[in-house]
Structure formats: structure tokens, C-alpha cells
Design a protein around this ligand. Structure first.
Ligand code: NAD
Length: 486
């Protein structure tokens, strides 16, 4: 059993005690999974002060010394993977296999960044007739990391790990929903790091989040979440021109070309992407465009495959899809499905419940929707849940136009037996990542730059580029020869 009274790391939120709040299991609303103290703005300010004070010594260490602490934390997280994954399933709703993969990938991601110590320390030195130019990267200072509840542990790691390795100090704000597993992993890091280098605060976005994004000592905000909040943060962070990394919402198209055989691999590939974590994934197929010659065959095969899904409590090994994480998200998806019904679309709930009643938690069956057009709300908006619209197209020109007809541009996929042809079409899609014959969590690993076009984001995460983005580029130049010219 996980520790049901996990609190944020001891070094966070100790002097200003806020109200306790209860985290409930979205698959069994009667179960309290844990209790956290909701910090106030003053707690965030105190954490920033500690991070500010810790910055000179932490940034003054060599990157390999910082990396050593990260490696130790990754080992500590691995040792507790099973308990943390179970805690994540209980507080989030996702099935245990997905929760375990998230914790496994968290430790791997920390190691990946720890392995980039040489990259952080690299300097380019150019000696020429006029003197010497050194080009180097230096840490910025205090970085605020704010993440959502859908992949809280991994998403936070993708932001704090490069920042810490580069020599920044970090304050992480926990999401209000699903804060416990992230808090548990961060405790392992806090134990390996000097005082103040990493602080953790719980609390609302409107109070603790704003306290961080407006704080004059915070130099960078690394944010993952909705486009709407991203806009607010961009405005708030303008007060002292903070550096920004914004990983925002998406409404990913998946295009099934005429040249794609509708077989088990294709159907399962799209189905897994669409319904993994109950569709609460930033880059998931959220609107499917299928060539008209394949349309009926695909809708039938996709619905039949969705009928095999088993919905219930994520710790039950028979279950393949958990509940949604929270009531607001469930209501959003249900409203989009109702709007589709009112438009006369075919709405087909699929799969079955196992071991739970629908009303035990925030449950919804995976739902296949056909007969909508491009302007329907379920096609235009990010549903972030298990309801997927399928639309036909007649030509590749039309498919590209439909896919690009969105203010979002996070990811997309093209499906075809002819991979070269799919790569060609992929070049015409306006999205930060375009996958070929795959589209689900894991397709973009920690080393692949990731981020959105248009209103899906600003900047890039993952990979070496996220180390670059949490540093300033500095030039040190001796142009002695110029003196002679004056
Ligand atoms: P959200 O924007 O409501 O909340 C995200 C975080 O921001 C939470 O911790 C919240 O407390 C905080 N917050 C809210 N208002 C704030 C403010 N004014 N100032 C500072 N912080 C504030 O997002 P959500 O609904 O929790 O998450 C779902 C969204 O996240 C979806 O749109 C999804 O696509 C997106 N997402 C994007 C990525 C990506 O990599 N691009 C990854 C995961 C999720």
C-alpha cells in the first residue's frame, strides 16, 4: 500500500501552513488517497527566496557534480517505482502499466539529462588574429516549473531535470489534481540536493502559480498545461521579461491515407494512442481523417477494437482504461459528445465496465463518433478525453487542409503502407512533431525535441535543446586588435 499521508517535501511549505486538502481516487470517490497542505502565495515567495539564495553555489558547481546528485535521485526513484506507480494510479486513475511506465521513464529522463554534463560545460573557443571569442551557456537563476495533472511526474521531470543540470535552482508547483506521486518523486530529489536548490509548493494556479509567474526573482517559467493558462502566464511573465517555455494544448490530427491497409497494427496503433490514459494526453490522435475508400472499413474495425476495452479501477489487471481524472474534465468531454449527438452524429459508446459502476468515479466508456463535419465542436476543440471523431476525406490536398485547419499544432500522424510517401505528406503538416505509423505517448522520447506550432506552445522541450532553453548564451570576447584601430 502507498503511504496515504504523503506530504510535500519537508523543505517546502514549512513555515506558512495552509489548509489541508484531500486527494481522492477518481475510480472510487469514497477513497481518500492522501492529504496535502495547500500553500499560499507566501509559501511560493519563501521558496523563491531559498532558491535565489542557493543559486550562486549550485551554479558554481561543475555540471558533473550536479549530474551525480541527479543520478543518485534516479536510483532512489527506481527503488520505489512500484509504490510510487501505485500511488499515481490511485490519485490519477490511469492503469498501473501506464503509471509504472511514467515512473520508469521519469528515472530514465533524469539519467538522460544527467548524462548531458559535458554538453552543459562545452565552450566554443575561437582564436583569431584579433583575439579570442568564447561562446558558452550559463544558468539563468530561479526557474519555476508548473505542470498539469495528466502526466504530472514525467512532465515535471522533463522541465526540472535540464534546468537543474544546467545550474538553475527550481521551484515546482504541484498540480491540484494528482499531486502525490510527483511530490513523492521530488522528495527523492530534494534529499540529494543542497538546501534550497529544489523546492516544492502545492496550491492553486490562481494564487501559488501567479505568485511564481509574477515574482521578480524568477528568471524563467517552464510551463506545461492548457493554451488558455499559457496565455495568462505569458502576460504575467512580461512584468520582468522572464524567459518562457510553454508546452500547451493540442488537437492532433491522424491521417489514414488510401495507401494504408486497415489491419490490426494500424487500428490498434491509433486506438492505443487515442484512449491511452482515457485520452488525457497532450499528443494523442484527437481527430481522425480517413480516406473515403477506407472509411467504413476503418470505422467498423476501430469500433470493434474499442469494444474490447475494459474500463475500471486501474489497479485491476483486467482493466485497460481508467476513469477520467476529475469531474470538470469528464463534464467537458460529455458536453462535446452531447453537442455531437445534437448535430445528428453517430455516437457509439464502446467497451464495458469491469468491477465498477459508472457512478463510482469519473467514468466514461470509450466513444467513437462519426458523421460530424470539420466545424463541429468535438473536431475543433481539444476534448482531452475518450471520445474520438472520425471524418472522411477525398484527396490528400483536402486531408492536409483539414489537418492544418486548427489554431493548435502540437503533433500529428500520417498512416500508410508507403512510408516514404507518408514522410512526404508529413512535411506539409503544421505541427511540432509529425509521426509516421505511430501516435502515442512514448513516440517522442526524452532525446527528441518536442513542442508546438501556433498556439500549442513557445519554445522546445526534451533533448539538448531544453538545456539550451534554460540557459543564457554568453560571449566573452577579447578583441585586442581593435584597440590598435582606434
Ligand atoms: P491548466 O492550464 O489548467 O493547468 C496546468 C497548471 O497550471 C496547473 O498546475 C495549474 O494549477 C496551473 N495554473 C493554472 N492557472 C495558472 C495561472 N494563472 N498562473 C500560473 N499557473 C496556473 O491545464 P490542465 O487542464 O491541468 O492540463 C490539460 C492541458 O495541458 C491540455 O490542454 C493538454 O493538452 C495540456 N498539456 C500539454 C502538454 C504538452 O507537452 N504540450 C503536455 C500535457 C498536457
Amino acid at each position: 500500500m502507498p503511504d496515504s499521508t504523503l506530504t510535500p517535501p519537508v523543505r517546502a511549505a514549512t513555515t506558512h501552513v495552509g489548509e489541508p486538502f484531500s486527494v481522492r481516487n477518481p475510480a472510487r470517490l469514497v477513497e481518500e488517497v492522501g492529504v496535502l497542505t495547500r500553500g499560499r502565495a507566501a509559501v511560493a515567495e519563501e521558496a523563491v527566496d531559498r532558491a535565489y539564495a542557493a543559486f550562486p553555489s549550485w551554479s558554481g558547481l561543475g555540471a558533473h557534480e550536479r549530474a551525480a546528485a541527479l543520478f543518485r535521485a534516479a536510483d532512489a526513484i527506481d527503488l520505489e517505482r512500484a509504490a510510487i506507480a501505485e500511488l499515481l494510479t490511485r490519485e490519477h486513475g490511469k492503469v498501473l502499466a501506464d503509471a509504472t511506465a511514467e515512473i520508469t521513464n521519469t528515472a530514465k529522463t533524469i539519467r538522460y539529462y544527467a548524462g548531458l554534463a559535458d554538453y552543459v560545460e562545452r565552450e566554443t573557443v575561437l582564436d583569431d588574429a584579433r583575439g579570442r571569442i568564447i561562446e558558452r551557456r550559463v544558468a539563468m537563476g530561479v526557474v519555476a516549473v508548473i505542470v498539469p495533472w495528466n502526466y504530472p511526474v514525467l512532465l515535471a521531470t522533463l522541465m526540472y531535470a535540464p534546468a537543474l543540470l544546467a545550474g538553475n535552482t527550481v521551484v515546482v508547483k504541484l498540480p491540484e489534481n494528482a499531486p502525490l506521486a510527483l511530490s513523492a518523486t521530488l522528495q527523492r530529489l530534494v534529499q540529494e540536493l543542497p538546501e534550497g536548490v529544489l523546492s516544492v509548493v502545492a496550491g492553486s494556479g490562481g494564487e501559488v502559480g501567479v505568485a511564481l509567474t509574477t515574482h521578480p526573482k524568477v528568471r524563467r517559467v517552464s510551463f506545461t498545461g492548457s493554451t488558455e493558462t499559457g496565455r495568462t502566464i505569458m502576460r504575467d511573465a512580461s512584468s520582468n521579461l522572464k524567459s518562457l517555455g510553454l508546452e500547451l494544448g493540442g488537437n492532433d490530427p491522424a491521417i489514414v491515407l488510401e495507401s494504408a491497409t486497415v489491419n490490426h497494427r494500424l487500428v490498434q496503433g491509433i486506438l492505443r494512442g487515442a484512449f491511452m490514459t482515457s485520452g488525457q494526453v497532450c499528443y494523442a490522435p484527437k481527430r481522425l481523417y480517413v480516406h473515403r475508400s477506407r472509411y467504413s472499413e476503418f470505422v467498423d474495425a476501430f469500433t470493434a477494437a474499442a469494444d474490447e476495452l475494459v474500463v475500471g479501477f486501474g489497479l485491476d489487471p483486467a482493466v485497460s482504461m481508467g476513469p477520467l481524472n476529475n469531474k470538470a474534465q469528464l463534464n467537458t468531454v460529455k458536453e462535446l459528445v452531447e453537442a455531437s449527438r445534437r448535430e445528428g452524429a453517430s455516437v457509439r459508446p464502446a467497451g464495458r465496465y469491469e468491477g465498477v459502476e459508472e457512478t463510482d468515479g469519473f467514468f466514461m466508456l470509450p466513444t467513437v463518433v462519426s458523421g460530424l463535419d470539420q466545424h463541429s465542436p468535438l473536431v475543433q476543440q481539444e476534448q482531452f478525453g475518450p471520445a474520438v471523431p472520425i471524418l472522411p476525406f477525398d484527396s490528400e490536398e483536402e486531408a492536409v487542409a483539414l489537418a492544418n485547419d486548427s489554431e493548435y499544432g502540437l503533433a500529428a500522424s500520417v498512416w500508410s503502407d508507403d512510408t516514404e510517401h507518408a514522410f512526404g505528406l508529413a512535411r506539409r503538416i503544421q505541427a511540432g512533431s509529425v509521426f509516421v505509423n505511430v501516435h502515442r505517448v512514448g513516440a517522442s522520447d526524452a532525446s527528441m525535441p518536442f513542442g508546438g506550432f501556433k498556439q500549442s506552445g513557445v519554445g522546445r522541450g526534451h533533448g539538448e535543446i531544453s538545456v539550451d532553453e534554460s540557459t543564457e548564451l554568453q560571449i566573452i570576447a577579447d578583441r585586442t586588435d581593435m584597440q590598435a584601430q582606434i
